[in-house]
Design a protein around this ligand. Structure first.
Ligand code: SF4
Length: 195
């Protein structure tokens, strides 16, 4: 009978290569993921179809409100809207406010929770149980993304789209407002071209 060998990941190899030191940070990770429970994040993935439907309605509503945003000025409404967005998406998705949301293309699993912040699929280090090689307690966000996307209507195909690198200048800004302003501009352009 052969004894089960412990899994050696890339992260383990890197850690073993490091010289021994007295200081080992406690509960600290590059993205501040010290929490032990991923319950709500996983709930969002399980309900990706509903959230996809809901987000489409929500985006329509935000677009309908464009005259209001325009009247007050996008710059003025940015702070309160960003704060609400941070709260809601932080709770549901552990959002990191990258400002260029791609949840609808990643099965409602936020790719910025990947310790390597990969936006185009998993690295080669996913554990056999589907967890992250860097954070063994955390389900790999890309394994979850695939699960979530496979339940969605558009997300099923859009997960295959190649995502651009993160534009760091958009961090901590509102993806909701940005998408709305872009959609309003596109709508206006289409109207002008047809008249
Ligand atoms: S993709 Fe960006 S905006 Fe969307 S939930 Fe993740 S960090 Fe937040």
């Amino acid at each position: 009978m052969s004894a089960k060998m412990p899994m050696v990941t890339q992260a383990t190899k890197v850690a073993r290569g490091e010289p021994k030191s007295e200081y080992k940070p406690v509960h600290v990770s590059p993205s501040r993921r010290q929490r032990k429970s991923y319950t709500i994040r996983l709930w969002a993935v399980r309900h990706s179809l509903f959230l996809e439907w809901f987000y489409a309605r929500f985006a329509d509503l935000f677009l309908m409100l464009h005259p209001l945003w325009h009247l007050f000025g996008y710059e003025r409404v940015e702070a309160p809207v960003t704060s609400i967005e941070r709260g809601v998406k932080g709770l549901l998705f552990d959002c990191r406010m990258c400002g260029q949301c791609i949840l609808s293309s990643t099965g409602m699993s936020c790719p910025m929770n990947c310790p390597k912040q990969l936006r185009n699929g998993p690295c080669g280090g996913v554990r056999a149980n589907g967890n992250c090689e860097v954070e063994p307690e955390m389900p790999c966000v890309w394994v979850q993304a695939w699960k979530g996307a496979s339940q969605m209507r558009r997300g099923k195909d859009s997960i295959l789209n190649i995502q651009k690198p993160v534009d760091q200048s958009l961090r901590e800004t509102s993806a909701w407002l940005r998408v709305t302003a872009l959609a309003a501009a596109a709508k206006q352009k289409a109207k002008e071209e047809s008249s």
